[in-house]
Design a protein around this ligand. Structure first.
Ligand code: SF4
Length: 455
């Protein structure tokens, strides 16, 4: 549980009564309240006792530490979650999906998986859905062969990597060849942790701790923290669906509800090791998206397996407080020209994609004006005053559509036929046409309309 401002203020200089204003705020109390909400940093107060500063830093740290795997724009960030249930606020960092490649797979299979990571991308409600990482496993037991796989993958694709080997020598040797990419190393156990600590101090990389029980993960996390290493993932050795739900829930609850720091790290889940059956693996992966993995490693990488997971992940990790929306602008569909019809709708992503796909189906080249309406659908936006004649007219004027077409006919959704009159007044140069009530009527409506215009 996060520390409250009223508790922070007691720890400030002179018991919170110094009120010197050097932090830019009028009182220590104002500073404490802002600090508790994350609006200011501790360093803004120059008078905090060093020991108190350490105490406050610890109390203010996120309950689940954010940990990065990889470098650059492709890096994966996990952790920093704040709620147990999505509807309490929102889940923040969607779990990375990693494709498993083993060093005993044929070269062609390895190539295929690398290609699929690059090419399996799906356009979905304005976003591009794709997997994020490769997890490279030493199954052969041969460090040289494993090293060849790691070198080959590093040369072929720029993505975050996870290195997996029960052979610590092979794991550390592979890490030495790509430490600059900050790969995630797994497993770090009670048996090999002492070998990892000096390596991680000289060449930092995130690590995933493995133990038979949640309890046994705690001393491992503490050992690393004492050594100054905090880029940690937890990898509970869950055997089946039930134990996986139990383990993930226990870790999340301990971190968020009890502020138990040794379990305040993101987790890695391995559906790929829990079953060989494709459907079961995908069901496990789907469960881990909901409960609460930071990285999910799967072995089946075909389109039918990955697309449902990616869509589910997107749905779970969108902020339920903010509707998905499109940019306000004019979208050309089917290569329109100056004579093409002009339609208008709101910027709720679902509305846009339904209307746009029906226009595409009609095969009529068209301009679709998408008006910013707070991400609301047509009727709701109208009821909220965000899709009225007064608000649409300025958008049409500034949208540049008048320079792109040689006519002045605007088709509005049939559900808001009532705005026709006010829109005619607001846009006197335009003929306002009431279109279909439902988007699925567009494919028959548009061709007939264009035909009637041509006489
Ligand atoms: S700088 Fe520190 S002591 Fe001064 S008002 Fe701000 S919090 Fe209080």
């Amino acid at each position: 549980m996060a520390i409250k401002g009223t508790d922070i203020v007691k720890k400030l200089p002179e018991g919170g009564k110094k009120n010197c204003k050097e932090c830019g705020l009028p009182t220590c109390f104002a500073f404490a309240m802002k600090l508790a909400s994350g609006g200011i940093v501790l360093e803004k107060c120059p008078y905090i006792d060093p020991a108190v500063k350490l105490e406050l830093e610890d109390a203010l740290a996120p309950p689940i530490k954010p940990v990065t795997v990889g470098t650059g724009s492709n890096a994966v960030l996990a952790g920093d979650e704040q709620v147990l249930y999505r509807h309490e606020k929102t889940f923040i960092h969607q779990p990375a999906i990693a494709f498993l490649i083993s060093d005993d797979e044929p070269a062609a299979a390895v190539e295929e998986k690398i290609t699929r990571l690059k090419e399996l991308q799906f356009a979905w409600v304005g976003k591009t859905l794709k997997a994020d990482m490769l997890a490279l496993r030493c199954s052969s037991g041969d460090p040289a062969r494993y090293g060849e796989l790691v070198t080959k993958v590093c040369g072929a694709v720029d993505c975050p990597l996870m290195l997996i080997s029960e052979n610590t020598d092979a794991l550390l040797a592979a890490h030495a060849t790509c430490a600059d990419k900050k790969p995630l190393l797994y497993p770090v156990t009670a048996d090999n942790i002492d070998r990892f600590i000096p390596v991680l101090k000289s060449r930092p990389s995130p690590v995933a701790l493995k133990a038979a029980t949640i309890d046994a993960l705690v001393p491992l996390a503490n050992r690393l923290k004492e050594a100054g290493i905090e880029d940690i993932f937890l990898a509970p050795d869950s055997a089946d669906l039930n134990s996986a739900i139990r383990d993930e829930t226990l870790i999340r609850r301990a971190a968020l509800k009890q502020s138990f720091r040794p379990l305040g790290y993101p987790t890695v889940a391995f559906p790929c090791f829990m079953t060989k059956d494709r459907a079961s693996e995908m069901l496990l992966a789907a469960m881990f998206i909901i409960k609460y993995a930071g990285i999910i490693v799967i072995s089946h990488v075909d389109e039918q397996s990955i697309l449902p997971l990616l869509v589910q992940r997107m749905n779970i990790y969108t902020d339920p407080r903010i509707p998905m929306s499109m940019e306000e602008k004019v979208y050309p569909i089917n290569n329109p020209d100056a004579a093409s019809p002009v339609l208008i709708t709101t910027n709720w992503a679902l509305t846009y994609f339904i209307v746009a796909s029906e226009i595409e189906s009609s095969k009529v080249p068209s301009w679709l004006c998408v008006k910013e309406a707070g991400g609301l659908g047509v009727l709701t936006a109208w009821a909220a005053g965000k899709f009225s004649g007064d608000s649409i007219a300025p958008f049409i004027k500034k949208s540049n559509i008048e320079q792109q077409v040689n006519h002045r006919r605007l088709i509005i959704p049939g559900k808001v036929a009532r705005i026709r009159h006010e829109l005619t007044e607001a846009l006197p140069d335009w003929e306002i046409i009431v279109g279909p009530r439902e988007a699925n009527e567009i494919p028959s409506y548009l061709p007939n309309l264009v035909k009637s215009w041509k006489g």
